[in-house]
Design a binder for this molecule. Structure first.
Ligand SMILES: *Cc1c(COP(=O)(O)O)cnc(C)c1O
Length: 414
């Protein structure tokens, strides 16, 4: 059992350094990780944990996947950055791989997920003015309560979470926010100036919130009816997490634009992309958008290997299969007095605790002591997202730990 509080622990010194010298923009669990492999991570005191966050699904392929590490090493020793002022031999092949895998005509490579979202917003606005014929500066984009799309000033400007937006204004206009899952509200908000609906097919940071079954098909129909683009943010939900390449495909829908990131590199490098067909991507011309590091050869080599791992190791199918098992095991927890509700899709779950349980953090701390790293989201929800390479035995082991920790009466859990 991990003992970070032992007298000879090195953990406090790292926590102290971080507290003194880093901006306090996160509130991490007190575990200092120094190495990892697959679903496992080790802290500086030699304790081993199973990683049930997987860096917010960036590590779907498992930590340090040997094939991705090899691609990174090999490419880093050959060519890392040209900028897009020149061409590089990794870029075209990666774009082709992504286009073929996703079924979209074109790819626009960026780095952080937020940049892929910004790219989608720019594409939608330009498409609105140049293709749909919306009057200059009148474009509106519909977004949802509980959204998380990143941290730029434009994006936090349409967040519903005061932690994300408070005192960072003034914000960009042109966004209309309505309740998630509420088609009638969208119908009320959509108009001739609406250029796009931006939606997470499943809200990750929101707590693994699964919308009603008719929601995404309904958005698709409204977009078709009012000539607006359906933009899906698949940065956390996509690339296998839900047991599908894209979560919105589970609803039988095709988006007009898709944002991906996180697992696109398997956790080895920040790589993101916006995917769309020519009718949308065609609005970008030289000079209209870009990024110094976007589409660099190192990113492309790493992303290529990360996508190969996803397909060759059938991780998407694996997430669907093991996800069904996870769902069964977690639903058994619903009879615990601490647990209010359980949601599970693929290898992704949100466990809502009753307010009387005293907040998710105390349980994530208990889970850490039991060798399982998970992260709360909002105050009362534990989010689970193991690397998709997890074995059934490891998954059962983690579920046993969850049973132990979440079955005890609230009073004992302090
Ligand atoms: C993480 C995330 C982002 C932002 O990605 P960054 O790489 O942190 O900028 C955007 N959308 C969703 C749904 C995410 O989960």
């Amino acid at each position: 059992m991990p003992r970070a509080d032992a007298a000879d622990s090195r953990t406090p010194e790292f926590i102290d350094l971080e507290g003194r010298y880093s901006a306090h923009n996160y509130h991490p669990l007190d575990v200092v990780i120094e190495r990892a492999e697959g679903v496992w991570v080790w802290d500086v005191d030699g304790n081993r944990y199973m990683d049930f966050l997987a860096a917010y699904s960036a590590v779907n392929q498992g930590h340090n996947h040997p094939r991705i590490v090899a691609a990174l090493r090999e490419q880093a020793g050959r060519l890392a950055l040209t900028s897009r002022a020149f061409r590089n031999d990794q870029f075209g092949p990666l774009c082709r791989k992504l286009a073929r895998l996703s079924g979209y005509d074109k790819v626009l490579m960026m780095n952080a997920g937020a940049e892929a979202v910004e790219t989608a917003l720019k594409a939608a606005r330009r498409w609105g003015y140049r293709v749909k014929g919306v009057e200059q500066n009148k474009a509106e984009i519909i977004v949802f309560d509980g959204n998380f799309h990143g941290r730029t000033t434009t994006i936090v400007g349409f967040s519903a979470d005061p932690n994300a937006y408070a005192d960072f204004g003034p914000f960009a206009p042109g966004f209309v926010r309505v309740p998630y899952g509420d088609l009638a509200a969208v119908r009320g908000a959509i108009n001739e100036n609406t250029v796009a609906i931006l939606v997470e097919p499943i809200q990750g940071e929101g707590g693994v919130i699964i919308p009603p079954e008719n929601f995404l098909p309904g958005l698709r129909a409204l977009c078709d009816e009012h000539r607006a683009l359906l933009l899906c943010d698949e940065i956390q939900a996509g690339l296998g997490r839900c047991g599908s390449l894209f979560a919105h495909r589970l609803a039988g829908v095709r988006a007009d634009g898709v944002c991906i990131g996180k697992a696109l590199s398997g956790g080895l490098y920040p790589v993101s992309a916006f995917l769309a067909d020519d009718a949308v991507m065609g609005v970008f011309n030289p000079g209209s958008h870009g990024s110094t590091y976007g589409g660099n050869p190192l990113a492309c080599a790493v992303a290529g290997a990360a996508l190969d791992v996803l397909t060759d190791e059938k991780l998407i199918e694996r997430a669907a299969e093991l996800g069904a098992h996870l769902g069964t095991r977690l639903r058994a927890l619903e009879s615990s007095p601490l647990v209010k509700a359980v949601r599970c899709v693929g290898l992704w779950a949100g466990i809502d605790l009753h307010e009387s349980a005293g907040g998710a953090r105390r349980y994530t701390q208990l889970l850490k002591r039991e060798g399982l790293l998970a992260k709360g989201t909002h105050v009362h929800t534990i989010r689970l997202a193991p690397p998709l390479v997890i074995t059934r035995e490891e998954l059962d082991q983690a579920c046993d730990t969850l049973e132990r920790v979440l079955r005890q009466p609230a009073a004992q859990a302090s």
